[in-house]
Design a protein around this ligand. Structure first.
Ligand SMILES: Nc1ncnc2c1ncn2[C@@H]1O[C@H](COP(=O)(O)OP(=O)(O)OP(=O)(O)O)[C@@H](O)[C@H]1O
Length: 257
């Protein structure tokens, strides 16, 4: 629709996005633009509305008002499965990785999901071989080349997150939505996953909620700082980290101005 036409470098946009929980606006009037090829981080102090906003983008929650546009199309009322078909994919939580299947089998299942249930032909040996090859390639891409036969449950925490990213990439996303990709990781694993994200973004866009500011400073092209459900500041790390309002919000000042 012509009213939805936008700059083609903008892959995702929200207009006036609001989520009201019984009168409490957890997200209020958010106008966000995500540029194609960017790593766009959402940060903010506890309770700022990051998770709620992320759940609106991934369609886990319905907005009270406002619009979400993906590739210029209004997807506000679309279901998660519909938007996944168009390449907007939320990374799985670790719990969604099948723990007792091997890393390779987990990636293969994601590849098969991408083929879709209507494609019966993947049963043929040739297609299964192709899937195995593709799964191995993906495992190598995320540094798990030697762990194909290891059960997911036996992988160290950082490697599980790498597997989660591999199963997400297997769905061939154009836009990946990552919810705190480095949460609960050792410093070493944070480095590995940071490198991995940098690697996979080369041909796709990432929106991520991330608490670790050092990760944000190294990865993000653009940062949106949320506070009390609203956008407090936006820009690159240098811009937002020197913004007095952001510093104040992070220091926990409860100025009600
Ligand atoms: N289902 C809900 N019902 C009522 N209030 C909610 C609901 N979900 C979130 N909230 C409130 O909305 C506000 C924003 O919460 P949200 O979890 O989105 O923040 P956040 O920035 O992700 O915080 P954190 O960094 O602590 O995870 C909080 O005050 C929270 O209590």
């Amino acid at each position: 629709m012509s009213e939805n036409r936008q700059d083609s470098s903008i892959i995702l946009e929200t207009r006036g996005l609001t989520k009201d929980f019984k009168g409490f606006k957890a997200v209020e009037d958010i106008n966000l633009q995500v540029h194609t090829g960017h790593i766009h981080a959402l940060i903010g102090p506890n309770g700022a509305g990051k998770t709620t906003f992320f759940n609106l983008l991934t369609k886990f929650l319905k907005p009270s008002s406002g619009k979400i546009l993906y590739d210029g199309r209004d997807i506000t009322r679309h279901r998660p499965a519909d938007i996944a078909q168009h390449g907007l994919i939320r990374s799985f939580q670790i719990s969604a990785v099948f723990p007792h299947l091997s890393a390779r089998e987990n990636v293969r299942i994601a590849l098969q999901r991408k083929l879709g249930v209507s494609y019966q032909f993947w049963r043929s040996i040739r297609i299964l071989d192709q899937l195995n090859e593709e799964a191995q390639h993906l495992l190598e891409q995320v540094g798990l080349g030697e762990f194909g036969d290891t059960k997911a449950v036996e992988l160290a925490y950082g490697r599980k997150r790498a597997l989660e990213i591999a199963t997400t990439i297997a769905l061939k996303p154009r836009l990946m939505l990552l919810d705190e990709p480095t949460q609960g990781m050792s410093a070493e694993d944070v480095g590995t996953v940071t490198d991995l994200i940098r690697e996979v973004v080369k041909d796709r866009t990432i929106v991520m909620v991330e608490h670790n500011l050092s990760v944000v400073s190294t990865l993000a092209d653009r940062i949106t700082v949320l506070n009390r459900g609203r956008i407090l500041a936006e820009g690159d790390y240098q811009t937002v980290s020197t913004n007095p309002a952001v510093m104040e919000a992070y220091m926990g000042t409860t100025d009600a101005a």
